[in-house]
Design a protein around this ligand. Structure first.
Ligand code: NIG
Length: 401
């Protein structure tokens, strides 16, 4: 079965050449993109979808979310808006609510959040454990996450539970807890921050998880300057996320991790993932996305959807903020929210024949993950902030909205 999407006012491919085509068309065949080019030259297909001049982008790739949770932190948010500052301690509130929620409800809640994201154009999504914080509960979160998300990250090292010694808990994270989650996860993460895990504890977690064959990510430099970025680069982590408080040395280390990178090969450095919705909700300074890009560091934008610091899965909101307040161009912001997310998840390259297809860009052989805006160009994402601009979504070639 093939479908021709034609009469596209703008086709923002985010492919290797970063092409933007006008009056374009795309052909979907099964789960893959089979053709793209000028509408006038489009081949015939089984079905035709007239986009009536609308803009087509790759679906959003949300590379950082925490969707496996129950409960609500409205009171904490209200206190923050009244002047309190965010601290990692709120994680314990969500852990309590999550532990006392059964599998069925926890899955239903997570699926509802995924559905919200897809309805706004997200077609590929990572999520984390981190609100279980004991062996049984982290394994349960990982198992549920593996049924609702495309990629799962183990974040046992999110907070040291009350009453536990931090080093004893780190032993648990690096030992029995890691063994229990291992069947369900591809990535491991650590919250390397004052009030969460020290540099030495983070190092132990990253070493153990790397030895277990997991890819690495780090929550770093969110609440103040710290060792997170340097640690991420040292361990060859795929991404370091938050990056609000960076020294020149941090930016240099991230840039150096990409020296000699060839976009067509798998060898890569550490992506800087900015989470602007979180920065606004916690009243932290926005991550320096502009300076990172200018230094040559590939950027991802992600929602960080979670009940504490960023209760939104709107990638459009992140893109709008990145343009209006972080001074990215629309093309740069959309790239960070599509191709950049794929790069942070190691999914920007694919095998058209017998492997996983690339996501985050529109090119022949890539997964047909597409986001049609109810607007003639992607510029409207910033020009009309907050407007419901998602018109249609295809996920692996299937109409999802
Ligand atoms: O990415 N920084 C640590 N983890 C989450 C917040 C978790 C919470 O407060 O519930 C984040 O912002």
């Amino acid at each position: 079965m093939s479908t021709l999407l034609t009469n596209l006012g703008e086709l923002m491919t985010q492919d290797q050449e970063q092409r933007v085509l006008r009056n374009a068309a795309v052909v979907i065949e099964g789960e893959r993109i089979a053709w793209l080019g000028a509408a006038a030259a489009a081949p015939a297909a089984d079905d035709v979808f007239d986009a009536e001049g609308r803009a087509l982008l790759p679906g959003w790739v949300d590379s950082h979310t925490h969707l496996i949770f129950a409960g609500d932190r409205t009171a904490e948010f209200e206190a923050r808006m009244a002047g309190e500052s965010y601290s990692a301690g709120g994680i314990a509130v969500t852990t309590g609510a999550t532990r006392s929620t059964g599998d069925y409800d926890l899955t239903r809640l997570a699926l509802g959040r995924v559905a919200e994201a897809v309805s706004q154009g997200t077609t590929y999504l990572e999520t984390k454990t981190g609100y279980g914080l004991d062996v049984e509960q982290e394994a349960r979160s990982a198992r549920i996450a593996s049924t609702v998300a495309d990629e799962v990250t183990y974040l046992g090292a999110h907070l040291v539970p009350a009453g536990m010694d931090a080093d004893d808990y780190t032993d648990l994270v690096c030992g029995p807890m890691l063994d229990a989650v291992r069947p369900y996860v591809k990535w491991a993460d650590v919250f390397c921050e004052r009030g969460a895990f020290t540099e030495e504890q983070s190092r132990r977690v990253l070493r153990a998880c790397r030895n277990a064959g997991l890819g690495l990510r780090v929550h770093g430099n969110q609440l103040g300057p710290g060792p997170g970025v340097q640690l991420a680069v040292e361990f060859g982590a795929a991404s370091v996320d938050h990056v609000n408080y960076l020294s020149d040395e941090d930016v240099d280390a991230l840039a150096a991790s990409w020296s000699g990178w060839d976009a067509g090969s798998g060898a890569r450095g550490t992506v800087a993932t900015c989470l602007p919705a979180c920065d606004l909700s916690t009243r932290q300074p926005l991550a320096p996305g502009r300076s990172l890009l200018d230094a040559g560091v590939p950027l991802a934008l992600a929602s960080n959807c979670n009940p504490g610091t960023s209760y939104t899965s709107s990638m459009a909101y992140c893109v709008t903020t990145a343009v209006l307040q972080m001074r990215l161009s629309v093309h740069e912001a959309v790239r960070a929210a599509t191709y950049g997310g794929a790069l942070a998840l190691g999914r920007e390259l694919g095998n058209d024949v017998d492997g996983e297809r690339a996501v985050g860009s529109i090119a022949v052989g890539h997964r047909a993950d597409l986001h049609l805006l109810n607007a003639p160009s992607a510029t409207h994402l910033a020009y009309r902030p907050g407007m419901p601009l998602t018109h249609a979504v295809w996920r692996a070639g299937v109409r999802a909205r």
